[in-house]
Design a protein around this ligand. Sequence first.
Ligand code: HEC
Length: 131
Amino acid sequence: MNKRVFISFGLVALLLVIVIPLWAFNRDGSESSSPEKVAASDEAARELFATNCGTCHTLARAGTDGVVGPDLDERLASAGPAADAAAVEATQQRVMTAIQQGVGDGAMPAGILEGSNAETVSNFVARVAGQ
Ligand code: HEC
Protein backbone atom coordinates (compact mmCIF):
# COMPACT_ATOMS: atom_id res chain seq x y z
CA MET A 1 0.00 0.00 0.00
CA ASN A 2 1.53 3.32 -0.92
CA LYS A 3 1.62 6.13 1.53
CA ARG A 4 -1.11 8.19 -0.04
CA VAL A 5 -3.65 5.40 -0.11
CA PHE A 6 -2.74 4.62 3.47
CA ILE A 7 -3.38 8.20 4.57
CA SER A 8 -6.72 8.52 2.78
CA PHE A 9 -7.79 5.23 4.24
CA GLY A 10 -6.79 6.48 7.67
CA LEU A 11 -8.80 9.67 7.21
CA VAL A 12 -11.92 7.77 6.22
CA ALA A 13 -11.52 5.47 9.21
CA LEU A 14 -11.09 8.48 11.47
CA LEU A 15 -14.25 10.01 10.10
CA LEU A 16 -16.24 6.85 10.76
CA VAL A 17 -14.85 6.16 14.20
CA ILE A 18 -14.74 9.63 15.72
CA VAL A 19 -16.58 12.28 13.78
CA ILE A 20 -19.86 10.50 13.07
CA PRO A 21 -20.51 9.22 16.62
CA LEU A 22 -19.54 12.63 17.97
CA TRP A 23 -22.02 14.27 15.64
CA ALA A 24 -24.77 11.82 16.57
CA PHE A 25 -24.02 12.21 20.25
CA ASN A 26 -24.17 15.99 20.13
CA ARG A 27 -27.34 15.84 18.18
CA ASP A 28 -29.13 13.58 20.67
CA GLY A 29 -27.75 15.31 23.70
CA SER A 30 -28.25 18.91 22.74
CA GLU A 31 -30.49 20.81 25.11
CA SER A 32 -32.75 22.18 22.42
CA SER A 33 -33.75 18.74 21.20
CA SER A 34 -34.54 17.43 24.69
CA PRO A 35 -38.24 17.36 25.54
CA GLU A 36 -37.46 17.11 29.24
CA LYS A 37 -35.57 20.29 29.76
CA VAL A 38 -35.68 21.59 33.31
CA ALA A 39 -33.85 24.44 35.00
CA ALA A 40 -30.48 23.48 36.48
CA SER A 41 -31.90 24.17 39.94
CA ASP A 42 -34.59 21.54 39.30
CA GLU A 43 -32.19 18.84 38.16
CA ALA A 44 -31.86 17.22 41.61
CA ALA A 45 -35.64 17.17 42.02
CA ARG A 46 -36.09 15.73 38.54
CA GLU A 47 -33.67 12.93 39.35
CA LEU A 48 -35.36 12.16 42.66
CA PHE A 49 -38.67 11.93 40.85
CA ALA A 50 -37.30 9.80 38.02
CA THR A 51 -35.74 7.36 40.50
CA ASN A 52 -38.52 7.13 43.07
CA CYS A 53 -41.74 7.88 41.22
CA GLY A 54 -41.07 7.61 37.50
CA THR A 55 -41.30 3.84 37.32
CA CYS A 56 -44.99 4.19 38.17
CA HIS A 57 -45.89 7.68 36.95
CA THR A 58 -45.70 9.61 33.71
CA LEU A 59 -44.47 13.19 34.11
CA ALA A 60 -43.27 14.79 30.89
CA ARG A 61 -40.88 17.26 32.47
CA ALA A 62 -39.18 14.48 34.37
CA GLY A 63 -38.95 12.36 31.23
CA THR A 64 -40.78 9.42 32.80
CA ASP A 65 -43.51 7.25 31.31
CA GLY A 66 -44.60 4.86 34.07
CA VAL A 67 -48.13 3.49 33.75
CA VAL A 68 -48.71 1.74 37.10
CA GLY A 69 -50.13 4.92 38.65
CA PRO A 70 -52.01 7.82 37.09
CA ASP A 71 -50.35 10.13 34.56
CA LEU A 72 -49.50 13.08 36.80
CA ASP A 73 -49.57 15.54 33.90
CA GLU A 74 -53.25 14.71 33.52
CA ARG A 75 -54.15 14.15 37.15
CA LEU A 76 -52.59 17.38 38.36
CA ALA A 77 -53.04 19.47 35.21
CA SER A 78 -54.80 22.28 37.05
CA ALA A 79 -51.35 23.39 38.20
CA GLY A 80 -50.27 24.06 34.62
CA PRO A 81 -48.08 26.92 33.47
CA ALA A 82 -50.62 29.65 34.12
CA ALA A 83 -51.34 28.48 37.64
CA ASP A 84 -50.99 30.98 40.43
CA ALA A 85 -48.93 30.42 43.55
CA ALA A 86 -51.93 29.30 45.59
CA ALA A 87 -52.79 26.57 43.08
CA VAL A 88 -49.21 25.30 43.04
CA GLU A 89 -49.21 25.32 46.85
CA ALA A 90 -52.45 23.32 46.97
CA THR A 91 -51.10 20.80 44.46
CA GLN A 92 -47.87 20.47 46.43
CA GLN A 93 -49.94 19.65 49.53
CA ARG A 94 -51.85 17.03 47.57
CA VAL A 95 -48.62 15.41 46.37
CA MET A 96 -47.16 15.53 49.90
CA THR A 97 -50.25 13.79 51.23
CA ALA A 98 -49.91 11.09 48.56
CA ILE A 99 -46.25 10.57 49.46
CA GLN A 100 -46.78 10.54 53.22
CA GLN A 101 -49.96 8.46 53.39
CA GLY A 102 -49.74 6.41 50.22
CA VAL A 103 -52.68 6.07 47.83
CA GLY A 104 -55.20 3.35 47.12
CA ASP A 105 -54.62 0.88 49.96
CA GLY A 106 -50.93 0.44 49.28
CA ALA A 107 -51.15 0.54 45.48
CA MET A 108 -48.81 3.45 46.07
CA PRO A 109 -46.90 2.71 49.28
CA ALA A 110 -46.63 5.41 51.97
CA GLY A 111 -43.30 7.07 52.74
CA ILE A 112 -41.40 6.46 49.50
CA LEU A 113 -39.64 9.75 50.25
CA GLU A 114 -39.34 11.65 53.50
CA GLY A 115 -38.36 15.06 54.83
CA SER A 116 -36.69 17.48 52.48
CA ASN A 117 -36.67 14.97 49.63
CA ALA A 118 -40.46 14.70 49.81
CA GLU A 119 -40.70 18.52 49.92
CA THR A 120 -38.38 18.93 46.96
CA VAL A 121 -40.18 16.40 44.79
CA SER A 122 -43.71 17.55 45.65
CA ASN A 123 -42.76 21.15 44.91
CA PHE A 124 -41.22 20.15 41.59
CA VAL A 125 -44.23 18.04 40.58
CA ALA A 126 -46.66 20.82 41.53
CA ARG A 127 -44.80 23.31 39.35
CA VAL A 128 -44.24 21.19 36.24
CA ALA A 129 -47.29 18.88 36.04
CA GLY A 130 -49.28 19.46 32.88
CA GLN A 131 -46.48 21.24 31.04
C1 HEC B 1 -45.27 1.41 43.01
C2 HEC B 1 -45.79 2.40 42.09
C3 HEC B 1 -45.80 3.85 42.56
C4 HEC B 1 -44.75 4.63 42.93
C5 HEC B 1 -43.28 4.23 43.06
C6 HEC B 1 -45.30 5.95 43.17
N1 HEC B 1 -46.65 5.95 42.95
FE1 HEC B 1 -47.87 7.54 43.07
N2 HEC B 1 -49.47 6.34 42.69
C7 HEC B 1 -49.42 5.02 42.37
C8 HEC B 1 -50.78 4.51 42.16
C9 HEC B 1 -51.13 3.07 41.76
C10 HEC B 1 -51.64 5.60 42.38
C11 HEC B 1 -53.17 5.59 42.28
C12 HEC B 1 -53.76 4.79 43.41
C13 HEC B 1 -55.27 4.82 43.38
O1 HEC B 1 -55.84 5.80 42.88
O2 HEC B 1 -55.85 3.85 43.86
C14 HEC B 1 -50.79 6.75 42.69
C15 HEC B 1 -51.27 8.01 42.92
C16 HEC B 1 -50.48 9.14 43.05
C17 HEC B 1 -50.97 10.51 43.08
C18 HEC B 1 -52.43 10.96 42.97
C19 HEC B 1 -52.95 11.41 44.27
C20 HEC B 1 -54.18 12.26 44.06
O3 HEC B 1 -54.46 13.06 44.96
O4 HEC B 1 -54.86 12.15 43.04
C21 HEC B 1 -49.89 11.32 43.21
C22 HEC B 1 -49.88 12.83 43.28
C23 HEC B 1 -48.71 10.46 43.26
N3 HEC B 1 -49.12 9.15 43.15
C24 HEC B 1 -47.43 10.94 43.36
C25 HEC B 1 -46.30 10.12 43.50
C26 HEC B 1 -44.97 10.60 43.77
C27 HEC B 1 -44.59 12.06 43.90
C28 HEC B 1 -44.17 9.51 43.85
C29 HEC B 1 -42.68 9.44 44.18
C30 HEC B 1 -42.31 9.96 45.49
C31 HEC B 1 -44.99 8.33 43.59
N4 HEC B 1 -46.27 8.74 43.39
C32 HEC B 1 -44.53 7.03 43.55
C33 HEC B 1 -48.27 4.25 42.25
C34 HEC B 1 -47.00 4.68 42.57
